[in-house]
Design a protein around this ligand. Structure first.
Ligand code: NDP
Ligand code: ZN
Length: 179
């Protein structure tokens, strides 16, 4: 069981690394995109203290469908129905307009599974920390501020999931003066 869990997690790292191989983050340094899903998984295990393999695998894979040619069917074939479902909960519907998509994240947050809520909290925490390190290429200060306000609304719907992550996020919002 334990051995298969490690195998599955390493397979997820390999799968995500290949899928995101041509992508970079939006920062000036063009950090490899894979740093983000790996960092989200690390926040969950090292900071939140959660070592559930389905959550960690889903964290590693959480942006593969939204940001690459990966399909949910492909995730189900390689990682099973449960992982497919969690990643689906964490993915925006790309057929919708961007504004609607962002509003959907706010509205869907409270009805997410525990597993998806953990990934969503860690994802927001990682992205907000990234924004504090540097403004993405082409972003105005106003856009950064709007992102914090939007993220606060998503996080509000994820409360009661993990106290470590929620406390870290609260501190970030408070320091930014967003609440
Ligand atoms: P984008 O998708 O354009 O950008 C944010 C996303 O980019 C993050 O969620 C993250 O997603 C990814 N990302 C990549 N590199 C970085 C980085 N260095 N730092 C932080 N994030 C990074 O924005 P959204 O569509 O998510 O919009 C969110 C909100 O921002 C909207 O609701 C709106 O309020 C505001 N907005 C404002 C605009 C403006 O011009 N004022 C325009 C568009 C949005 P991932 O986890 O998938 O990598
Ligand atoms: Zn993400």
């Amino acid at each position: 069981e334990n051995k298969n869990d490690i195998k599955k997690l390493v397979e997820a790292f390999d799968f995500a690394a290949k899928k995101h191989s041509k992508q970079t983050r939006k920062n000036i340094d063009k950090t490899p995109y894979i740093n983000h899903p790996i960092g989200v998984a690390n926040i969950i295990s090292s900071e939140a203290g959660i070592t559930d393999v389905d959550i960690l695998v889903s964290a590693v894979l959480h942006d593969t469908v939204e940001d690459t040619n990966t399909t949910f069917e492909e995730l189900e074939i390689n990682f099973g129905k449960k992982i497919r479902g969690i990643v689906e909960e964490c993915s925006d519907d790309k057929t919708l307009e961007k504004d609607v998509r962002k509003q959907m994240q706010i509205e869907k947050a409270p009805f997410s599974s525990y597993e998806a809520k953990v990934v969503k909290l860690a994802d927001k925490l990682y992205n907000l920390r990234d924004l504090l390190k540097g403004t993405p290429v082409g972003w105005s200060e106003n856009r950064v501020n709007e992102y914090f306000i939007w993220a606060l609304q998503v996080v509000a719907g994820l409360k009661g999931t993990n106290s470590v992550l929620e406390t870290e996020l609260d501190t970030i919002f408070r320091n930014k003066g967003v609440f």
